[in-house]
Design a protein around this ligand. Sequence first.
Ligand code: ACO
Length: 428
Amino acid sequence: MAKTATITYGDKKIELPVIEGTEAEIAIDISSLRAQTGLITLDPAFGNTGSCKSAITYIDGEKGILRYRGIPIEELAKNTRFTEVAWLLIFGRLPKQDELDRFSRQLTMNASLNEAFKHHFEGFPVDAPPMAMLSAMINTLACFHPQFNKIEDEETFEEVSARLISKVRTIAAFIYRRSMGLPYIYPDPKRRYVNNFLHMMFSMPYDEYQCDPDVEAALNLILLLHADHEQNCSTSTVRMVGSSRANLFTSCAAGVCALWGPLHGGANVAVLEMLEEIHKGGLTPQHCLELAKNKESGFKLMGFGHRVYKSFDPRAKILKKAADTVLDKLGVNDPLLDIARRLEELALKDPYFIERKLYPNVDFYSGIIMKAMGIPVNMFTVMFAIGRLPGWIAHWKEQHDDNTSRIARPRQVYIGPTTHDYVPMNKR
Ligand code: ACO
């Protein structure tokens, strides 16, 4: 394979290096193009632009492959849990037992928030959007832990990662309690990460939440499956902010803002909204399927299809099993869940969906599992953020550790007015 690519522009020929990744992905390195020719490349939404070299996550959308640090997602889902995957993503290898124990201890010790945080929560209206509160509160962590504005070594990095991953879960639960006018429930050091989250969400001072092991396992899976997805919008945002050497808390707070958008983290909410619309409008799942197939209707089946995965979404395949277990176990009687199951059943045998390889995606199943667990729909994107946080931290660290990294500063093709004189007010 050629190690250079040649670009011809006018009567000039420019040789550019070709880079090959470990999974044979090939890229033309255009970083010297402008210096050599004065030209830049234009790639709106970066659909064709590699913004970095990364050793964290590999995706092959055609084959339905997702690997964290080389390990297939199916193996991780079967053998481990969210906090171990967090360490793997951040530090690049599976932790040894003593390393995982140390990390777990740090997660436990850092679960509580400074008491002053309560005043911050109370400053928000009860109906404040959870993602706005989450972003603000992660930024607030930078005020309470300024010692982490500069991270010099791996030990400190582990400490700050544990703090952030642990406190985000407490912040998320407090956001829910605030919105419901319920008393805050403090973290319980005897519970594991996910169990503790559900406790802070659903315990009452007079009635401690008993966590079903299947529910705990399903939430662990949801978080683990969302933990990284290489250069998606929020992760690229974290890298962009971090490239200015902004601290980890602030960079991740920016990631939350990017994730908030309906085109990104909001898709699991769209699934539930669609199910509600179907229910309210008295549509049958069959009718809804017909609408989705009719291009004139402008209606799409939310939770089906994926931009990257064109055979199947490996995360959805794993979650489907968990959805079946949790829904059966909880025996919830919810018409929306019945609609979801029927839609899935119909779509999977419909030629329109089969031919176009439109399968339920991760958002379809994560939405219905979280609904069955009693997590309110407006908290779904917050759950996604808790899951994605280790990925954001891993990418921030990868960039921070790379001594060749520079502040990200894209260019543009200017299409505004050419130079003209200032016109005084009385002459306009
Ligand atoms: N319902 C009905 N038809 C669909 C759907 C759907 N959900 N998704 C795609 N199609 C059809 C398209 O109309 C197109 O049909 P055509 O070939 O006859 O024109 C064909 O399938 C191919 O689809 P594209 O639009 O080319 O797929 P694209 O990659 O552009 O879009 C997307 C992917 C945005 C995810 C799309 O499938 C969709 O809108 N799905 C619903 C929203 C959703 O669930 N988003 C979450 C994605 S997962 C995530 O973000 C974590």
